[in-house]
Design a binder for this molecule. Structure first.
Ligand code: ZN
Length: 556
């Protein structure tokens, strides 16, 4: 007697094989038969030609804090995700001393756009070390499977305290940090993550700790992966970090390196392709490097209370530590505005915002006539400079005006080339972070709907490989990511003719009734994690069961 049989589906095996018609039988959480299924089952689903694939592995999330109050990792499971890798970019919540909790929450507020009120109300600090954090997640359970990075910034703060954001580490500090990374990896972390990106700033505009690491520190910590013989090194790369250096780290540690965030900029259209070329050459020399790319245009909603869009600009730095009146005075300051205009006028190798004023829109304003118009448009009509106009609108409304900006990754010809690149990894959903700015948790459904069905850039089989088999292999996730006998039954049943992520909408369900952006799936007919249904036929999450596992063992 099987526990579950799904009959008459279009099977996509997650390894890139051509789709074929058949069924899947599940017992005790594992796939036990594939093809023509005979024998009875407790539960039978007639797929009627719908597509069945392994559940999506979302390799770039920030659910570290959210999971402590929301084990359903909403909205990811409903959007087809059955495994989430958390702790990307080095921004984790473990290890963390009691005395550093407030600082860590404030940093997350700044760098990942999380609400401080939400973190204070929701985050359960029942751990100090990485092993204790892993144990807590395991005790509590989760709707999806979870892999956890050891995060550089947390490790650095744990060892160096406040100096973590101020200076390079000495030999003894590096030794202690390496000890913590090893401890985390031995307890079951999936790898080591960091960021050298100038866009990553913490409380008071200080750089996130990992940005202060010198090469010797980076080398020592990445080589911890080599010592344990498993795990990946993930980094969000600043422009000054050379791919040749990362190749060196890949060689010394003999571990894979994931380089984020390769987002296409229309003002510097060749930059990401140069990076991908260097990544390809490193692979030809026998190193394992992949470029993390996104299948979603980077569109953000924001107010000037938290203008992530501008915070990577050098000229914005004087405003970063300011609050209240000092901050608004700075926004009015003519010299400050001039230096911003000058910086935006100069080309940059990589920059989140490049003065694309026609891509910045007013979403919500006290003056309805401004809504849905671009800043470029409004500036032209008013005969004013775009930056001045935008700052003035916001200042008039106590900074409450909501803007949206379509920043990167909107050139579909270019993004299509990136998605098809042999050494790219479809990634960067950032699920769990930037909850009021954007919501790409449904990136997998978007890949299947938009890039496969609407644009025909990828075949269905190739897209499913990129969402399942490829990340499973890269991260060493055992017996997941493929429809194969013996594999855990993480499954997504969907209609290839309609699948898509639904429109983004605002809901108020975070701790304390705080808002976030979310979306519902379209064309999802069921999601199972370890053989247990977590999403119903209508695509809604079925709360109650927490069948996900904490992933602790990874292949070499
Ligand atoms: Zn991230």
């Amino acid at each position: 007697m099987f526990d579950l049989v799904i009959r008459d589906a279009l099977l996509l095996d997650g390894l890139g094989s051509p789709p074929k018609r058949g069924g899947v039988a599940v017992k005790d959480g594992r796939i036990v038969e594939i093809g023509r299924i005979l024998g009875s089952s407790r539960e039978v689903v007639i797929a009627d030609g719908l597509a069945l694939m392994p559940g999506i592995i979302d390799n770039h999330t920030h659910y570290d804090a959210q999971l402590t109050w929301d084990p359903w990792a909403s909205p990811s499971p409903a959007l087809g995700v059955t495994t989430a890798i958390i702790g990307n970019c080095g921004f984790t919540i473990a290890p963390c001393r009691k005395s550093d909790r407030e600082l860590v929450m404030k940093n997350l507020t700044q760098v990942e756009g999380m609400s401080l009120a939400v973190l204070r109300a929701g985050l359960r600090w029942e751990f100090e070390t990485v092993p204790q954090y892993l144990d807590m997640l395991e005790r509590q359970g989760s709707a999806l499977n979870v892999g956890v990075f050891v995060g550089h910034s947390s490790v650095r703060t744990y060892v160096m305290g406040e100096a973590a954001t101020e200076r390079a580490a000495n030999a003894e500090e590096i030794r202690l940090m390496k000890h913590l990374v090893l401890e985390g990896l031995r307890a079951g972390a999936v790898g080591f993550s960091t960021s050298t990106s100038p866009a990553h700033n913490g409380e008071g505009g200080k750089p996130m700790p990992s940005r202060l690491a010198a090469d010797d520190e980076m080398r020592a910590l990445v080589c911890a992966l080599g010592e344990v013989g498993h795990g990946v090194f993930m980094l969000t790369k600043g422009g000054h970090t050379k791919i040749s250096f990362l190749e060196e780290l890949a060689a010394q540690s003999a571990r894979p390196v994931i380089i984020a965030a390769l987002l296409h900029s229309s003002t510097n259209p060749d930059a990401v392709f140069h990076d991908l070329q260097k990544i390809q050459e490193a692979n030809e020399r026998g190193r394992k490097l992949v470029g993390a790319v996104s299948c979603c245009p980077l569109a953000m909603e924001f107010t000037l209370h938290s203008p992530y869009v501008f915070e990577g600009l050098q000229a914005w730095q004087p405003a970063l530590p300011l609050k209240g009146q000092a901050f608004t005075e700075k926004l009015k300051d003519a010299q400050f505005r001039r230096s911003l205009q000058e910086e935006l006028a100069k080309p940059a190798h990589f920059r989140l915002f490049n003065g694309e004023w026609s891509q910045v829109h007013v979403v919500q304003s006290g003056r309805a006539e401004l809504e849905h118009r671009s800043i470029a448009d409004l500036a032209r009509a008013a005969g004013k400079d775009a930056l001045e106009l935008m700052l003035d609108i916001a200042l008039d409304e106590n900074l409450d005006t909501v803007f949206s900006a379509l920043l990167l990754n909107s050139d579909e010809a270019a993004v299509g080339r990136m998605l098809k690149h042999p050494h790219s990894l479809v990634s960067l959903s950032d699920a769990g972070a930037h909850l009021t700015f954007f919501n790409d948790a449904g990136f997998g459904l978007h890949l299947l709907g938009h890039w496969v069905r609407e644009l025909g850039v990828l075949t269905l089989a190739d897209a499913v490989w990129r969402l399942c088999g490829q990340p499973a292999r890269l991260f060493g996730v055992k017996q997941r990511g493929a429809l194969q006998v013996g594999h855990h039954a993480d499954l997504l049943l969907f209609d290839p003719a309609t699948v898509e992520r639904g429109a983004t909408r605002r809901v108020f369900d975070l701790p304390g009734g705080n808002p976030r952006l979310t979306s519902s799936p379209v064309g999802v007919h069921g999601v199972w994690v370890n053989g247990v249904r977590v999403v119903g036929r209508d695509g809604t999450l079925q709360k109650g069961k927490l069948p996900g596992r904490l992933l602790r063992e990874f292949s070499a």
